[in-house]
Structure formats: C-alpha cells, structure tokens
Design a protein around this ligand. Sequence first.
Ligand SMILES: *Cc1c(COP(=O)(O)O)cnc(C)c1O
Length: 391
Amino acid sequence: MKRRKLLMIPGPIEFEPSVLRAMGAQTTSHVAADFIEIFGSSLEMMRKVFLAGSGQPFIVSGSGTLAMEIAIANLVEPGDRALVLVTGYFGDRFAEIIERYGAEVDRIKAPLGYSVELEDIERKLKSNRYKLVTVTQVDTSTGIAVDVRHLGNLAHKYGAMVVLDGVCSVAGEELRQEEWNIDLVLTASQKAISVPPGLALLMAGPRAIDAWKFRKTPVLNYYADFTNWLPVMEAYEARKPSYFATPAINLVGALNESLKLILDEGMDARFTRHRLLRDGMQDAIKALGLKQVPVRRDFTATTLSAIYYPDGIDGQKLLAKINSEGIIFAGGLHPEIKNRYFRIGHMGPFSPGEIIYAISAMESALVECGYKFDVGIGLTAAERTFINSHH
Ligand SMILES: *Cc1c(COP(=O)(O)O)cnc(C)c1O
C-alpha cells in the first residue's frame, strides 16, 4: 500500500521523479556556468512550449498571481482602459489587479457555466477604445476553457492587445501563442508545467514588449519591472552571468527538466493526451448522471473537471471518502457555488490509468454516500473512450 496519496487537484499536481530529483540537487551559484546553461536553455525551451518563436520569455520567482501582476504592471498605465473577460474567480482577480494599477476596467461576465462569446467581445471593442483585453484560458474555479483562437485577431482589429492567463492551461490545453496572435501569455510552475510551486513564467510577444518600451510613465512596481528583468533574461540566454534578484536556482533546475520532458512528448501529443483525459472523465461523469459546472463539452477544460455534488449528498463526506481511497480532490472555489461542487485536476503527467483510478474512487465514495447508480457505469464509459482512442 502506498503511503502517499495521489494528488488530483488543479495545482499543484503530481510531479515526475526526475523533476523532483533535479529540484533536490545541491544549490549552486546563480552565476555558475552550469546554472547559466540551465537558465538559458530553459528560456529557449519555453518558446517551444508556448509555441511563440518570437516571444521574450521571463522566469521570475513567485506564484501565478505575481505573473498576472508582472503582466499588468508593465503593460498598463494610469488612465488606460482594459476589457476583462470573466469566466470565473480568476477573471475577477485580473480586474482587481488592473484597477490597482490605475486603469479603468470593463468586464464581460459569462453566465456561470458558460464561456464568453466573440460577438459580445466585438460589440464592446466597438464601443470603447481598449488598450488590452484579458482572458483566462482555463478558469480553475469553473473548468471553463475559452476558445481563444480568434481573440488575438479580433482585438488587434480594434487596436487592443490580448493578455492571457494560462496558469491552468499552458502545456496542457492547446495554446499556440504566435499563430493565434496572443500578445502576452503567463503561467506558473505548479500546474501543467509540472514543477513545484514558486516560478512565475511569462512570454511577451513583440506588441507587449513595445507597449512596455513606449510607456509614458514608469512601471509602478519595482520587482515586476521588465526594465530590471529583460537584461537578465537576455544575458542568461546569451550564456552570460547577470543579476537583478536571486533566482530560485533549484526550481529553475526542476523547470529545465520538466520542459525537456514536455518537449520530448511533443506539444501536439500533449494537447491530444489532455483532450483524451478530459473526454474519459467527461464520459464517466455523464454516465454517472452527475451535473457539472461547464454546460457544454466544447468549452470544458482539458486540465480539470468541475462537478456538482449530487442532490442530498454531503460534499465533505464524499471528498473524505475519496481521500480515504487514496486520492485528493479539490473542493469548490467559485464564491457563488463554493460548497456545491468539487474539482479534479488532470493536467501534467497523468495517463488514463490515473483517470480510471479516480473514477473508481469516486464511484466507491458515491456508493458509500448513498448515491444510486449502476456500479461500474462510469468506469466502463471512460474505459470505452480510452480503448476507442487506440483505433
Ligand atoms: C492557480 C491560478 C492562478 C493563481 O496562481 P497562484 O500560483 O496560486 O498565484 C491564476 N490564474 C489561474 C487560471 C490559476 O489557475
């Protein structure tokens, strides 16, 4: 019997043993030749993972929220106007950060369980001049994935940049930053990037770099300022020592290892695997007769599932039973429905085997909680999906 439990929450996630080993290496100097190589090659690999050949990568110590703040601090000036697309909790966080930096915010708030519509976005873009549009590709509080393929071109038509919160999507959900004209993408290490928490990662496209370069006012946050970070990133990539603030050396070592594993799998294969895990989970949820937060498959995230507790079932009891089966799921996060649903993270190194295990634990806990269904019906549905994917 394993002593540790399988962590299936929407971040942090399960990490590969080689990533954890890299993290445990003896700490070296931030200007040692071997660390410069690790930092420099990590920056290069980030471009391939974000599919942003002409992007400028940044690796900074901090969590995803800092990555959001770095983006906004550098791109927004007091008096600017931003359009924030809200599909859950993290959209509202973006709005708060933008307001803190002195810009005006308009929101398009999707009804709970739905994504935002391009027509609504275009109507807003016509009515006002926005410097930027922000979007949460996958909102971790709802499991809604916004289709961002056409958002970049639409925003550019009206002179606005697109800033994408990819904390719960980069390296899991399909995202092609350059092809889709997304001006800045940000993420954090502990989600689909598959590295323990502590790194804020950003990829700024040419428009975002220009917007920062041609600011009229200074960046209102010293630690976040690209002015401090850009020379450091450029130096490491040129394999030269540099310093602004001490990097998280061990985490960068782990990042280097994880980016290698991600690129070994290949981005297309990785997107396909995440879609398959999502579909297996979705088919099981449907077969079990459970309701979930996203109302349609086409905007259901591939990186997590958000499922309502069945009527009359005690959610705390259900999660405790699943925990005793050896798996940790997450409770709710969205303030409107916080105690009515739970979340299963399935991003990063997972395979169909873990999804089957999760469904089995869920079925077992549902039986104990008194939910009526044909035992095994969820498992069969998921297994069928996984088997069919081989043909
Ligand atoms: C987790 C998450 C964040 C916040 O990241 P932290 O590392 O917790 O600060 C922001 N946006 C999204 C979409 C997330 O999933």
